[in-house]
Design a protein around this ligand. Sequence first.
Ligand code: GLC
Length: 690
Amino acid sequence: MIRKYVFGQPIVTNAVVMDIMKSAQKLSEAVTDESGKIKLSYHMSENDVVYGLGEQVRGINKRGFSYISNATDDPRHTEDKHSLYAGHNFLILGRAGEGETVEGEKSFGIFVDDPGEVIFDVGETKYDELVITAGGDCVIYKIDGESLKDIVKQFRKLIGQSYIPPKWAFGYQQSRWGYMNEDDVREVVKKHHGQGIPLEAVYLDIDYMERYKDFTVDEERFPDFCSFVGEMKDQGIHLVPIIDAGVKIEKDYPVYEEGVTGNYFCKDEDGKDFVAAVWPGKVHFPDVLNSRTREWFGQKYEWLMEQGIDGFWNDMNEPAIFYSEKNLNAVMEELKSMDYDNLDLNSFFHLTDIVGGLSNNPQDYRSFYHDMDGVKVRHDKVHNLYGFNMTRAAAEAFDRIAPDKRTLLFSRSSYIGMHRYGGIWTGDNHSWWGQLLLSIQQMPSLNMCGILYTGSDIGGFGSDTTEDLLMRWLEFGIFTPLMRNHAALGTRIQEAYQFSHIEDFRNIIRIRYGMLPYIYSEYMKAVLSDEMYFRPVAFDYPEDAHAVRVEDQLMVGESIMIAPVYTQNAKGRYVYLPEEMLMVRMSSLENKTCEVLEKGHHYVDAALNEVVFFVKKNHVLPLAVLEDGVKTISDIADSEYKWLGFVEDTAEYVLYNDDGVSKKYVPENEWRTVSLRKETFCSCIEDGIS
Ligand code: GLC
């Protein structure tokens, strides 16, 4: 049951697709404070658990900290940060049942549809109190259900079906900020495929552009882009260029000229095109909150699509601001007037503050405006909608340009609602072990918000990776729909073939390809039925007090549970099994062992090159039959499977498959049900049923 409460004059965000009557009653827990903000307060008993909030730091259970929805370009995702790149304002207050379990019926979900700043103080100020503070104009949805899963499902129906990428986007992808030209890209492909490591896509970061200008290609680095895209396609490789939010201010640059004459840019207080700076220097931001601008900006992607491009990543769309023209001028004036002969404590820190404060300055976000189809709105009121609408602009254009085909699209910044148009990656993480754990913990929270096509920069973006970190990260990355290795300029090179144990990297990435029928099937079923692909263990076992406390294991699809290793030099880890399960240990697709483990706590060995996961009782999963030397998904036969599972009496698996490109999704009554009985299928014995 969903109840809708409206406060003030909310902005239409398009987060929600279902038309729900507003409740005749008042939301009793809501009060309006002196500044006009709405505050919701809930008492949390000792064992209550809070789930959700999408892309944020810290654990699966969000208790004990404050999270602020205020999309921010912050490349240090440390646990003291209150905001990352998104506004994912959905949480579930999981009420404690008997013992330490969660009781679905007493639990409820809250979605705050407010694109400005929203604060979720989940017991940071007062340990037992959850306080949500939103602006005075917002819509709040409160959702009751039978279980945690049911609450999420209702919410997901409310916000609409998640984005579906092409099937190739489930293959292994390689990126690096620093591939400068055609030859760099060729080498990446050659080395992966030459080493027998499957590879589906290579990303083009900002250096493919001519001086960081959107919708241009540097002609020296890519002299014949169209044929280069074709050359890559012939090898089964998709090139995925980055598109940044800011449009360079440069005379005679057509996108800039059209933007000015068409009146497509955000305005400053005086009604002039707002000037900020990002990679290209000074830029204007397309006013993607305006439908006319969305149409214009989205159509610009066509030029790249005409050259064979079928995937994009949208970046810097919080929007990130290195500095605004106005603020830079003010800071420069102040610096000139400073006596820098002898800076003392106050003056030195004042200097570093004003210079450091140039980037992503809150004052800048209060100094430009959108024209939301006739209504002038100051940016900070709708800040979290920018990345959403940049991505929506592209997706709406793809529907016009290539209506029958799926196009890969994901974004850095997002708001709930954007999940219908594209996925996200989790931004600029670091090559730290703790960031691998963070990435594991973010996945179910993102899935709750409808963001299913997602993954982190595998190996870590900032800082130098190490061979063991990359390997462990890939072992987790096998299960994330977006499996992309990406790193920052200047960091240690981290393509899988750069390390000494190439064989192990090859085996791990091949395991992903072997599991693709399962991963794709589970992803598609999750999308088409509004379910979660990644779930906290407690969602499947809410009545198990131990399962409720598990923070580093995840349910993936209907058949398996994963417990990734995320600490350096570990040779295994503790795992909690909420029921008897089959442990599968693979060092390659061909080399696996299985063992039934009973319910309870176990120490599980996992050598550095081993992928370990657990199959639920009477569950199975399809594995692809992989020839040696498989290079891309298209090399895999799509109709022949082996089955791996734990069948005590009977198991049924509903296998979803389709052509992976068109939007003709297979109707539910045509999904293939495979039934396996113990007589024909023993635990862990692969059966070549096709
Ligand atoms: C941003 C992106 C990162 C990209 C870099 C250069 O930091 O998050 O992925 O590599 O910009 O474009």
